[in-house]
Ligand binder design. Structure first.
Ligand SMILES: Cc1ncc(COP(=O)(O)O)c(C=O)c1O
Length: 423
């Protein structure tokens, strides 16, 4: 690799070595440049920096701070689900599963969509299993975008993979702002964002990082706009069962939506198995097949022993699903109360792992600097909302911070007590 001589091997910390490393990266051609740039990971000097999640998790590990930054649970999910995976490995379910996913998992996804939402899927044609929601998103966007001038509309702030994959696919990202404190999209902003150039409207509901949920007026406007401009709606519903006040409503259930909607979810959040990466995408067969055309060359398949386990999870009784929502609601309330006591203003989330708080009452003007100092100051890690927005929009979110509530109650209590030192 040009510029990477023996110097590179000596140390990555010396200024000369860092300069060589940056120069070597700059000289590597390819689509990774626009992917990293799309995700906001390119510095003003052209160097690539890690995501804020990697930076903050490293900070948590170094300082011993409580990590309320990254959204993964610190407790195992249902034992009957884990047990099926153990037994599958022991019983030789260790080779490639079918390209669309094992039939029983596809059947259980179809049953789940019928049971919770009244949607009727053909498990043979309308659903494929993916390597987490992340692969489903990447395959869908790469499949549907790519002509010159293609645009994708997303709600902003957004989960970080959206902008990265949109850039990889060569599409222009058009954003609809969600504003503090209720984070509801404005109908006129939506109407202005969707045009004949829009190929995809990507909707995350319940929403990361804000915890907001859409309502039928917004859903129906999205369907109307997609219909008028011939766009495909892609939904990210990974928090579908982590809702606190009202049931989740997939856009695909709304009138006129099914034929132009791809619905994505995964087992990671629902069953506390984020490391298993079993996700799925469903919708009308032609759209699903377009996604499959790309997906089969990304991972081909994944996670054979985990697929029957997630099928078992999706068939658990109603008490399980209401139980996980209730448990997370208690944690949301605990975290929210702790943040208020510490002096933050809090936007109460309707769903998801996350709570957004405004640090302005604490005298904060730059949440990124505040989050970098928080582990030393209070022993807690959180993520500034600017990590989820495009550069031009950062000033609007400058004092907002995302905290994850998906941790044990004693961990949240300890975090709340540490944060109270800020007040
Ligand atoms: C909104 C959203 N979509 C997708 C994902 C990733 O899902 P998976 O782990 O199934 O790829 C996450 C994980 O944090 C998320 O928050």
């Amino acid at each position: 690799m040009p510029g990477m001589g023996p110097d590179y091997a000596i140390s990555l910390s010396g200024p000369r070595t860092v300069a060589l490393y940056r120069e070597a990266m700059r000289q590597i051609p390819g689509a990774w440049h626009r992917t990293a740039a799309g995700a906001g990971l390119v510095g003003s000097d052209g160097s690539i920096h890690p995501t804020i999640f990697a930076e903050m998790s490293a900070l948590a590990a170094r300082t011993g701070a409580i990590n309320l930054g990254q959204g993964f649970p610190d407790e195992d999910g249902p034992s009957e689900v884990l047990e099926v995976a153990r037994a599958a490995i022991a019983n030789g379910v260790n080779q490639y599963p079918p390209g669309r996913g094992i039939p029983d998992l596809r059947a259980s996804i179809a049953e789940h969509q019928q049971r919770f939402y009244g949607l009727r899927l053909d498990p043979e044609r309308d659903v494929i299993v993916t390597a987490g929601a992340t692969e489903a998103l990447a395959a869908a966007l790469l499949a549907l975008l790519g002509e010159p001038d293609d645009e994708i509309v997303v709600l902003e702030p957004f989960y970080d993979s959206y902008a990265a994959v949109a850039a990889l696919a060569g599409a222009r990202l058009v954003t609809v702002p969600l504003r503090w404190p209720d984070f509801r999209p404005d109908l006129d902003d939506l109407r202005a964002a969707v045009t004949d150039r829009t190929r995809v409207i990507l909707v995350n509901d319940p929403h990361n990082p804000t915890g907001a949920m859409l309502d039928d007026e917004i859903r129906d406007e999205i369907v109307r706009l997609a219909d008028r401009h011939d766009a495909v709606i892609v939904t990210d519903e990974v928090y579908e069962h982590l809702v606190f006040d009202r049931p989740h409503v997939p856009i695909a259930t709304r009138p006129g939506a099914w034929e132009r909607t791809l619905t994505i979810s995964s087992g990671g959040k629902t069953f506390s198995t984020t490391g298993w990466k079993i996700g799925w995408i469903s919708g009308p067969a032609p759209l699903v097949d377009a996604v499959l055309a790309v997906k089969q060359f990304l991972t081909y398949v994944n996670g054979s022993p985990f697929q029957p386990a997630i099928a078992t999870g999706l068939r658990l009784d109603d008490a399980f699903f209401s139980g996980i929502a209730g448990a997370l609601r208690t944690k949301r309330d605990l975290l929210g109360a702790g943040l208020r006591t510490a002096g933050f203003e809090v936007s109460t989330p309707a769903g998801s792992y996350f709570t957004v708080a405004d640090a302005r009452p604490l005298g904060v003007t730059d949440a990124a600097a505040f989050c970098r100092a928080l582990p030393e100051r209070a022993g807690v890690v959180a993520i500034p909302l600017t990590a989820f927005v495009t550069p031009g929009r950062r000033p609007d979110y400058a004092t907002l911070v995302r905290f994850a509530a998906c941790k044990r109650v004693d961990v949240l209590e300890e975090a709340a007590s540490r944060l109270s030192a800020l007040g």
